[in-house]
Design a protein around this ligand. Sequence first.
Ligand code: 3H9
Length: 699
Amino acid sequence: MTEHVTVSRDGEIAIVTLDNPPVNALSFHLREPLGKALEALRDDEAVRGVVIACAGATFIAGADITEFNTPKATASPNLRELIVLLESFEKPTVAAIHGTAFGGGLELAMGCHFRVADRNARFGLPEVKLGLLPGAGGTLRLPRLIGPLKALTVIVSGNPIGARDALAEGLVEAVYDDSLVANAVAFAREQADKATALVPVSRREDKIAEAKNDLDTFDAGVAALLKKKRGLDAPRLCAQSVRNGLTMPFDEALAQERAYFVELVEGEQSRAQRHLFFAEREAAKVPGVGKEVEPREVRRAGVIGAGTMGGGIAMSFLNGGIPVTILEMDREALDRGIARMDGNYAISVKRGSLTEEAKAKRMGLLTGTTDYADLADCDLIIEAVFEEMAIKKEVFGKLDAVAKPGAILASNTSYLDVDEIAASTSRPSDVVGLHFFSPANIMRLLEIVRGRKTAPDVLKTALAVARKIAKVPVVVGVCHGFVGNRMLASRSAELEDLLLEGATPEQVDKVFTDFGWPMGPFAMGDLAGLDIGWRNRKSLGKTAAIADALCEQGRFGQKTGKGFYIYEAGSRTPTPDPEVAALIEEKAREKGVNRRDISAEEIAERTMYPMINEGAKILQEGIASRASDVDIVWVNGYGFPIGKGGPMFWAESEGLGKIVERLEHWHGRTGKAVFEPAELLREAADSGSLAAARKGKAA
Ligand code: 3H9
């Protein structure tokens, strides 16, 4: 018995309780006493059955991620050895699961003969989200319990399943409403009394027999599952390992799984994804918003504007179980907005990702209105109206008049000065920016914009609400475009010139997709609608020779069938258009630009390096608190490839010195401000670490 592992007895059933806060990760200091306790129980003839349970909020959340790539990760007993030990038991072993059984935690549970669970328990193998595969038999045992394709769906998505599904699929034997451990003990006793032989999961064949004889169906299922995982090693090796379980003897497949795990854990992608795991948790820790700050309660949210953005924001709240009052200017616009939300949910029902009952429940939380007075009972009100300061101020003036004291007033502005908006109210400390990304019901990122006067408890509330509605929040400071859009502007600054100087849209886009972005900037522009940028430029008195000319011809992108590319009727696949090539050449001639061959390397340097440079400026100005916050913004809001860990993480592995040198080269050649290296970037180039340079500045 140690502080992390205690063994108690209920008659002839032993209960092993693990206690390693906060999430009972399988650290070496837990594994060592657990191994000793299990050996003793296996050999103790007075013990007829064993229950493994956990103290605290959850069962085991997995291997200890902080131990990876250290000697502790593999020190004996490692997890695989513990599972082999469990499978050698000739008396029933029962995992009693509450909270989450994730990763190595579920693998340990599958080393037991039986699993029983609390009704709120969740089960998953989320290793893929860390760029890994389950490395202690998970890819081999889960298929033996729930079938290979179902198992692969769980493994490749990394998403958990609930207790009810786990019971239906055969992952657990029983689910209880309460008294989990007592029920688990009774279950173990029942099994001990039975004369039936105990078969370890690794020796069960019934659930994989069919797939073994029909690998073609399995392979077709794999291909469908891997479609959206382009460029990532972990999902591919997860699938290969599950397949090995069908074609190889168990122990051989297990050794191969281990080899894949080692390959992945030492690789760049997993290092990047583990960085993102901790970065996401770090982003929730906001300077000046300590543990002592209590969040305000949000029982009802208000949303102003029922357009695509407002509707998406409202849906996020409904999905999180928070009632919403949504306001539009007139009845017709309101009805249209509500019908669009209803239609979006109907699509989910059709796809099978939502039940009719859940849809009705969510829509039941929605109230529509055209009267500001109806927002009086809202605890948080978010406006998603037209992006113009005068209109925003008018809306905030009305809100100031009707909102109850203590209500949080939020703007979904993507660019505007939140301090100026706040100053137009009588309660600037209650004002905050909540910048959602479109489609707001799907995109995970939420930029929380901290105004000069925003109160700490308002920020704490925004963070808590974000979590409740399944967003990834990052607190940022006030500047034009905040973190994401400001860096995006720098990434885009050279796009027109690259075309004028000789690159083609498809060549530029290919550099981006080869890097791992889901789309290049021109295909993206066509998808979003080129008219949006055009309108924006006009309002700011700006021009872009090529994009403006396309819009003047009515080429707005996918919605008009033509933009930077041409789209066959009903297709979303971009095809290069000779007319666009001719237009680019004409514009280059008009401007007297000599066209030349442009290399992929040059395209990458002139787009991605200015983005990094802007990120460094953002850090230097304190708009973001940490380089890792910038990474979270880009991975969750802009499709930056997760296997590269976000722009700032990538920049460090690319070499900050090299980036500074190339920025200087382009700055010398063009004199453009986007290439002038940020002071912080120059300083960081010496140490190789943005975080160290940022700390140096703060000190
Ligand atoms: C694995 O198992 C590999 C095996 O297949 C093979 C081995 C050979 N390790 O998320 P929270 C920390 S890979 C170390 O805010 P929640 C976390 O950083 C693992 N630390 O809480 C945070 O620290 P801090 C597969 C961990 O209630 C604190 O715990 N498993 C680990 O919102 C609280 O975390 C996973 O990928 C860990 N495994 O959510 C599961 N997990 O307070 C990863 C958490 O200092 N974990 N921490 O910031 C989760 O998904 C969530 O933490 C969980 C709780 C849902 C469990």
